[in-house]
Each structure stands twice: as C-alpha cells, then as structure tokens.
Design a protein around this ligand. Structure first.
Ligand code: SAH
Length: 347
C-alpha cells in the first residue's frame, strides 16, 4: 500500500533518500515542493523523470478539493474541503492586523459531545492523517495566494484525541525546510484531555495551549461538556498547572457564554477562585447558536462578567467574533452540507 508522502517527518524523508539513493539532499527539494502544494512528482522540476516515477511507486501526494467556499463581509473565508475518501473537513482563513491566521480541523467529526458544538453531531468518523492536517495550510495558502503566519487547531475535532498525527503535523509545519511556522504562532485548543495535556508538556513544543473551559464548576461543565465526567475540574486544572510549571508558557482559557447557563456573577466569582494566580488569559466568547438550543449572553452581561474577572485579578478579553454570517463556528458548514446529502453518503 502506498502511503501519503506528507505523513513522513522531514528526518524520515531524509532517511528514505539516504537508504534508496544515498542522496540526502533530495529530501530538501521534495519537502519544499510538497509545502508549495504540488500534486504530482512530475511537477518537481529539479528531480529526474526516473526518480519522479520511482517516488510515485512508493508514495502518493494527497490533495484537497474545495467543495464550498464562503466569504464573510469581514473578509473571513471558510472552506469546506473534500478529502480523498470523500469525507469533508472545514478550515477558516482570518485576517488579523498581524497577518493571516488559519483555523484547521484535526478529525472528521468529533467524539467529545459538547452540547453547544456542531462538530460533534454524528460523532467522529475518523482521525485526519498528519498530511491531511498540513494540506489545509498548504492548499489554502496556495489557492488564496496568501502567506499564512498563524495557525489555530480549533476546527473540527479534538486534537489531543488524535495525538500522534497532530504531533507529526506540528513538527512538519514548523520544519525550516517547509512552511516553517514558529511554534509561538500556533495555538492548540483542547476540551481538556488530561493525559494529552501531560504528554504535550513533555514535548518541548512552545505553542500556546488553549483550554475550552466554558464553566465555573463540575456541575455546569458536566451538563455541557461530557469530557468533564472523565476528567473533572480539579484534575484538569491540576494538569494545566503542571503544564505551566514545565513549560513556563501562559495558557489560554476559552469561556463561551451561554445565556443563563454559565454567565451569572456568581459564576465569575467562582472562576476567579479557581484561576487566581495562574499565568493565564481568558477569552470570553458569546456562544454561537450553532445547534439552535442555546442563546448567547447579551453583550452587557458579557462585559459585566469580564469586569468581574478583571477585578478578581484575571486577564480577560472578549473575543471578536468573525464570520458569523457564514456559519464560521466549528463544524457548521460540514453539518449544513450533510443535511443536504442523502443518508449514507460520506460527510
Ligand atoms: N476540540 C477542541 C478544539 C475544537 S473546538 C476544543 O474543544 O477546544 C474550538 C473551540 O470552539 C472550543 O473552545 C469550542 O468549545 C468552541 N465552540 C464550539 N462550538 C461553539 C459554539 N457554538 N459557540 C462558541 N464556541 C464554540
């Protein structure tokens, strides 16, 4: 069985060329071409025709097809990409003052079951391969003719539930021979898989870890985020503290405000007690009513919540919402497409 060449780490590609051709430098050429988005070995003009043919006997090069593309009034562009097996994932390209940022998916669907999130409806279909995660960066940059400077792993899927492939992706996107995006320009968001957080702390990868907290205690978190029954609040915060101690890197908490569920002054107070003294930043986000059942808190309530956190000594900002007119929240586009399809077709 041929494998996707983009799943190989750079040192593994070097090893391949050393073993087969005694030509280590070929890895550099091929890795560069792949990062530019070529879809055949024949396009690699600095390798011989014979070598291109031999490579295509050992490997294939994955591609992404744009199934749908939606552009928001604020410039945010959302892509629904089709993978080689017809499954689909989403990526979102956002324009910030400091450059272009891309939000990418790590799984087809998700098993985490958060009640407000559209990605988890229907569960996880499969993990994405490292090369497929990378392809979202490669082909978005190529098709849009832009330079991407920041990456957030906040699309469909739970990155720490696809640990090995995500780690490979991180190493390859950071590799100086390819796209070369610094770890400090990458954020990884997790719903709170404690074992994964502990593993990540040991990797020596200085990315920004973002924790989807969304509640001030277990009883509220259990209702909206089933993961909290496996990894309760205390355990999660314990892992975050270990991560902070080991890496010295400030952690982000995402807190999605849902009207009358987690937005009361008493909730802000409780949150302050839990996070006080921790090197962290809190992002407050009005919930996007993606699944129709939950209403976002009013802006006045969100500001009041923020004020309370700040008076409690925490660093809290209200996230600018981008792309709300194009279903840009997690999994919404894939979900909408799915509803247009017949039962049994891949999503
Ligand atoms: N599984 C990872 C990353 C993907 S979700 C995680 O849970 O962090 C990315 C972020 O979007 C998470 O913080 C998630 O809780 C949030 N999110 C999902 N659906 C949302 C919605 N309808 N409104 C606001 N935020 C949402």
């Amino acid at each position: 069985m041929k494998q996707n060449i983009k799943n190989l780490l750079y040192p593994e590609l070097e090893e391949y060329f050393v073993q087969k051709y005694r030509q280590k430098f070929r890895a550099k050429q091929v890795f560069k071409w792949l990062s530019l988005g070529v879809t055949s070995f024949a396009e690699m003009t600095d390798i011989s025709k014979k070598m291109a043919e031999e490579l295509s006997e050992d490997f294939y090069i994955s591609d992404l097809k744009v199934l749908r593309k939606e552009t928001s009034k604020d410039g945010t562009v959302k892509f629904l990409y089709e993978l080689s097996d017809k499954n689909t994932v989403e990526s979102v390209l956002m324009q910030y003052k400091h450059g272009m940022s891309i939000c990418i998916s790590t799984q087809v669907g998700c098993n985490m079951g958060c009640t407000f999130c559209a990605s988890t409806v229907g569960g996880k279909v499969r993990d994405l391969e490292a090369g497929e995660i990378l392809d979202q960066v490669i082909f978005t940059a190529k098709n849009e003719g832009v330079r991407i400077s920041n990456i957030v792993l906040m699309g469909i899927g739970e990155p720490l539930d696809n640990y090995e492939n995500v780690l490979r992706f991180l190493k390859n996107v950071n590799d100086e021979h390819g796209i070369n995006i610094g770890y400090r320009h990458i954020s990884l968001s997790t719903c709170g898989l404690v074992d994964g957080i502990d593993r990540l702390a040991d990797e020596n990868i200085p990315l920004t870890l973002s924790i989807s907290l969304h509640a001030p205690n277990d009883s509220i978190r259990n209702k909206t985020m089933p993961v909290s029954r496996k990894y309760p609040y205390e355990e999660l915060l314990g892992a975050v503290k270990r991560y902070l101690k080991k890496t010295g890197r400030r952690v982000s908490f995402e807190y999605t405000l849902i009207k009358d569920v987690n937005d009361q002054p008493s909730h802000a107070k409780e949150l302050c007690q839990h996070l006080k003294g921790m090197l962290c930043h809190i992002n407050l986000i009005p919930v996007n009513p993606a699944r129709g059942t939950m209403a976002p808190s009013e802006m006045k309530r969100i500001r009041q919540f923020q004020e309370m956190l700040i008076s409690g000594g925490l660093n809290a900002t209200v996230r600018r919402t981008l792309g709300t007119d194009i279903n840009a929240a997690c999994g919404q586009l894939r979900r909408a497409e799915y509803q247009n399809k017949k039962e049994g077709e891949p999503i």
